[in-house]
Design a protein around this ligand. Sequence first.
Ligand code: FES
Length: 155
Amino acid sequence: MVASGRGSTIRRQEHHESDSDRPEISRRAALVALALPVLSGCLSVLPYDVKVSDGALLVPREMADTLRGPTDVLELRAEGRSFYLRRLPDGSFSALSSLCTHRSCQIGAEADGYVCPCHGSRYDLTGRVVDGPAERPLPRYQVDTTSAGLRIIAG
Ligand code: FES
């Protein structure tokens, strides 16, 4: 009786560890990993290193033209700093620091604003605080349009 019980336990363990189960678990884990940003509301934003000239970030026209609406967001990196750039519903551009004003965590971009993963502060598309604990808005930078693209005055 005891031997038979052990045998069935071993068979169950062998079944759980069989090769046919492993790919399914991996596929499931991969799907969860891919879906997590969508389920959490965060947009998938790729960072770009941009050049700086006379204190302004230079965003080439081809890159700026990819911003067609508020859900298109660029993360710009230059000189150890990071910024979010997106087009607002009125057609203007918004360039904001990507660091939370509470304790400087890197915030994430969402369709209707930004959220901080550290303590949950939320900001609207223009960087105003919607929910604390942050009390100050995100620093916002002037965006000038030129024939070559955009200049963000990040001084
Ligand atoms: S660092 Fe962002 S909410 Fe605390």
